[in-house]
Design a protein around this ligand. Structure first.
Ligand code: IPE
Ligand code: IPE
Ligand code: MG
Length: 239
């Protein structure tokens, strides 16, 4: 892979997002428990985070747990919470010495989240908030509609009289991130499932069939090449 050429391309996106879907199906195909699919998905996520940074992409969001995922069996939810706990430990171990900022989108005050996850999440956000390099944004206990309601409630509490887009965006979890350019949802599902509702209005979408644990660096490069061929017009007429 000629990464240097890719990295130097001015059409490279600045903020990409993964909807890491298909972990359960990946495990089922191998006669394994769904949790094993989540473990494999989590291991892949770590590699992908490093690769996205290596590519010089400035911001990465990833959908790890939706507000609707609480509907899953308790043992699966518990397993995912253990993985998030481990992920936060690894972020702290590996990222504090680097120029990486962690933002977490989602309600971190929700008491359904284990206390240790809520505390570690807040800690890593605080410890990295001064960093100016790569931003990693895991979306945990996140929903696009819930985020919009959060903003509305904060504006009501401020007794705002009228609101424009700029003011609204200041209240989003992603306020300090760049505009979202590209969303990749693995596993072939072609829906948003309540992900980054406000932010994705003009993002490009890509739906590879591969299940998340099998999605490789090469697959990401292929996706980026597809993205770079797209013509983003934002409603205007192409010159
Ligand atoms: C996505 O994989 C991971 C999370 C929702 C945490 P799934 O668990 O949705 O996998 P499938 O869609 O059942 O295959
Ligand atoms: C979306 O995937 C949420 C995450 C990847 C975390 P789901 O598997 O939960 O979405 P649906 O239920 O297929 O829409
Ligand atoms: Mg799924």
């Amino acid at each position: 892979m000629n990464l240097e050429k890719l990295k130097a391309d001015p059409r490279m996106p600045k903020h990409i997002a993964f909807i890491v879907d298909g972990n359960g199906r990946w495990a089922k195909k191998r006669n394994m428990a769904r949790s094993m699919g989540h473990k494999a998905g989590f291991d892949n996520l770590k590699q992908q985070i490093d690769f996205v940074q290596e590519l010089g992409i400035k911001n990465l969001s990833m959908y790890c747990f939706s507000c609707e995922n609480w509907k899953r069996p308790q043992d699966e939810v518990d397993y995912l919470m253990d993985l998030f706990n481990q992920m936060l430990d690894e972020f702290k171990r590996d990222y504090l010495s680097k120029d990486i900022r962690i933002i977490i989108s989602g309600d971190m005050n929700d008491e359904r989240l284990p206390k240790v996850v809520r505390e570690k999440a807040k800690e890593i956000i605080e410890l990295t908030k001064h960093k100016t390099g790569f931003i990693v944004n895991p979306c945990i206990n996140y929903g696009g509609r819930q985020e919009i309601l959060k903003v509305a409630n904060e504006l009501l509490a401020e007794r705002a009289q009228s609101v424009d887009e700029k003011t609204f965006e200041k209240h989003l979890y992603t306020a300090e991130m760049l505009p979202l350019d590209f969303v990749i949802r693995t596993s072939g599902e072609q829906r948003l499932s309540n992900f980054l509702t406000w932010q994705s209005t003009y993002a490009e979408w890509y739906f590879p069939k591969k299940l998340w644990p099998s999605f490789t660096k090469r697959d990401l490069v292929k996706a980026l090449k597809v993205y770079m061929k797209r013509d983003r017009r934002f409603g205007a007429v192409k010159k």
